[in-house]
Design a protein around this ligand. Structure first.
Ligand code: MG
Length: 389
């Protein structure tokens, strides 16, 4: 029986954060909420802090500090503001696991702070591994702390590897739903707007990752994430389109044996497994009925219609700060697309041009990564302006 675990959720008001709290709500005897942080959603953060009796909360947007502080002061919940407070508080002795559920590169600083303090990480913020995989995994190794995957595919791989006793991993088969444009022609995809791209057929996720799924950049980011989490060369990571999203990923060993993890898509399962690992807990999710499923189908990804996947393989092939450049450009381009400022294929065009337009560094340290990110954001911004005008 597991001992009670004290959890910090960075990004508690987002899609992963709220689903993590749903897991905790059903297992209040096993988890205690120590710290909740949010960027802007002061109202939901306040409600969560009250419901879960969090000890500390941070609202990153300092303009909203007063509002949150006034609401929580009668309950003796300590309220802080700003990103530096997140970095200070994750190091606290009263935290066992830090769930990193923020969106994008902005999660890197606090993830590094948590690792430096020797905290177990439940990692949902894939961009931190994409931008700084060598540094983040190196830090985890040196502090001897695990990084437990929350991303459904990586959780699947991790689950498939339980009991493999260090057997060499021959291949990873990373499944992709194919997103909302899986069956669309290139001409039709080129004209797709925000609402069509946000209409994901299988997974209920935040808007950034949903657009990344539509371009398939999400799968590209996940290839890079898998490389760092499982120490496997990208050539051994095969993306396979599997529209039903029932198999969440597979591992293949030297003898050709393939092990898969299956379930109906529900992010609470991988979140819960990361929080309870190595134990398993009950979950009120929909269970599989194989006869009802009938059949599962698989296809090779089409990199002509979805060029983002090739960009990601090329970025990780080049290594150094190139995945960081790619990630920054993607963040700029996705935001522009969400705001209706660019077309769908401009996203990958902006990324490709930015990858060519920022200085390459083979072995970047953390400062270089922050600098690269800033340079790539600026460069992508300039390229974006050019595409709009
Ligand atoms: Mg995923």
């Amino acid at each position: 029986m597991m001992e009670k675990r004290r959890i910090a959720i960075l990004g508690s008001t987002g899609s992963i954060g709220t689903q993590a709290l749903d897991v905790i709500r059903r297992h209040r005897d096993l988890f205690e909420v120590e710290l909740l942080t949010a960027n802007n959603n002061s109202r939901l953060l306040t409600e969560q802090a009250i419901e879960f009796e969090a000890n500390n909360v941070v609202i990153c947007n300092e303009d909203k500090y007063r509002e949150v502080a006034d609401a929580l002061q009668p309950r003796f919940i300590k309220v802080f503001a700003g990103m530096q407070s997140v970095c200070d508080l994750v190091a606290s002795d009263s935290i066992d696991i830090v769930l990193t559920a923020m969106v994008g590169f902005s999660g890197l600083r606090s993830t590094v702070a948590a690792l430096e303090a020797g905290k177990t990480i439940a990692l949902a913020n894939k961009e931190t591994l994409v931008a700084a995989g060598a540094i983040v995994t190196g830090l985890a190794r040196s502090r001897n702390v695990p990084i437990l995957p929350v991303d459904s595919e990586h959780s699947a791989i991790f689950q498939c590897l339980q009991g493999s006793f260090g057997a060499r991993l021959e291949k990873i088969h990373l499944t992709a739903s194919g997103g909302p444009f899986r069956c669309w022609t290139k001409e039709k995809i080129a004209k797709a707007g925000r609402d069509e791209a946000l209409n994901h057929p299988r997974w209920n996720m935040g808007s950034k990752v949903t657009i990344d799924s539509a371009t398939m950049m999400n799968k590209g980011l996940e290839v890079i994430e898998a490389k760092w989490l499982f120490g496997i060369e990208p050539e051994r990571i095969k993306v396979v389109v599997h529209p039903q999203s029932i198999i969440h990923s597979m591992v293949e060993f030297e003898d050709g044996a393939v092990i898969a993890q299956l379930g109906h898509p529900d992010m609470r399962e991988p979140i819960q497994y990361a929080l309870s690992y190595p134990d398993r807990l009950t979950l009120d999710n929909r269970k599989l009925d194989f006869a009802e499923l009938g059949q599962l189908t698989f296809y090779n990804p089409d990199t002509d219609r979805f060029p983002a996947l090739s960009l990601a393989y090329s970025a990780i092939g080049k290594g150094g700060n190139m995945p960081c450049i790619m990630n920054a450009a993607n963040e700029v381009a996705v935001e522009a697309f969400l705001n209706g400022k660019t077309g769908f294929y401009d996203i990958t065009r902006i990324i490709e041009e930015t990858m060519d337009g920022v200085d390459f560094v083979k072995e970047p340290d953390l400062d270089t990564i922050y600098q690269t990110n800033n340079e790539a954001l600026a460069r992508a911004g300039e390229i974006l302006k050019k595409h709009i005008s």
